[in-house]
Design a protein around this ligand. Structure first.
Ligand SMILES: [Zn+2]
Ligand SMILES: [Zn+2]
Length: 233
């Protein structure tokens, strides 16, 4: 559950009656909303292509129209998801992330899982390592640095969704990073999961100040210089 405390004033609903993960976020207004943004209307969701659960190669077959799965621009990252058709506007939602639900901590090490907060200190994992029991979102790689990120991962109604945080032009790879509020609350859990998602693919350089890990020393240095200038020597 992420904290809404600092943004409470801008939310037009009674906080007490709602779960933290009932909220969606408007990228234009930079505020949370429940059913629709008072200014920009209802949220846009892109549907997966419908494929039976357990069908061979299901994950790739669920890819929405206008995208492709092909080698990533990130060295050693394997496959990635690319936008091939028209530009994806800011604030478009994808998901939910599909996989097998488990409480086993082991799932955190598959490199294809996300953690879901079910309550205080109660977590589940959604593990997409099986390509027959998951969807296309398993192929979306993690951004190496903030400039590269065009999707934010967040929890909504107990599931993981991705939201475009900037326009994604045709020919660009979709690259995800987790939301700030969400990451902070989960702290170490996210940090270790983040490392696991990166590890099989490349080296890992965690930031000593916040819950972010980078796949290259140069990216970490750039981040330190910009976000923690006092710690940067
Ligand atoms: Zn709005
Ligand atoms: Zn940092």
């Amino acid at each position: 559950a992420y904290s809404l405390r600092q943004r409470e004033k801008k939310v037009y609903f009674e906080i007490d009656e709602l779960q933290d993960d009932d909220y969606l976020f408007c990228e234009e207004c930079q505020t949370f909303f429940v059913e629709e943004c008072p200014v920009h209307g209802p949220p846009v969701f892109v549907n997966d292509t419908v494929v039976a659960w357990g069908q061979e190669g299901r994950a790739q077959l669920t890819l929405p129209e206008g995208m492709s799965i092909s080698p990533s621009q990130i060295p050693k990252a394997g496959l990635g998801v690319w936008n091939e058709a028209k530009a994806i506007l800011k604030g478009v939602h994808f998901g939910p992330y599909e996989g097998e639900i488990t409480e086993e901590e082991e799932a955190a090490h598959s490199g294809y899982s996300w953690v879901i907060t079910k309550g205080k200190n109660y977590y589940e994992y959604i593990d997409a390592k099986d390509e027959d029991k998951s969807n296309w979102m398993r192929y979306v790689n993690c951004a190496r640095e903030e400039e590269e990120q065009n999707l934010v991962a967040f929890q909504h109604h107990g599931k993981i969704f991705y939201r475009s945080c900037r326009q994604i032009l045709p020919g660009r790879e979709l690259l995800v990073w987790y939301g700030d509020d969400y990451g902070k609350e989960l702290g170490i859990k996210w940090n270790s999961m983040w490392k696991n998602r990166q590890e099989p693919k490349d080296d890992c350089y965690p930031c000593p100040c916040c819950n972010i890990a980078f796949t290259g020393k140069e990216y970490l240095e750039k981040h330190m210089k910009r976000k923690h200038p006092s710690r940067y020597v």
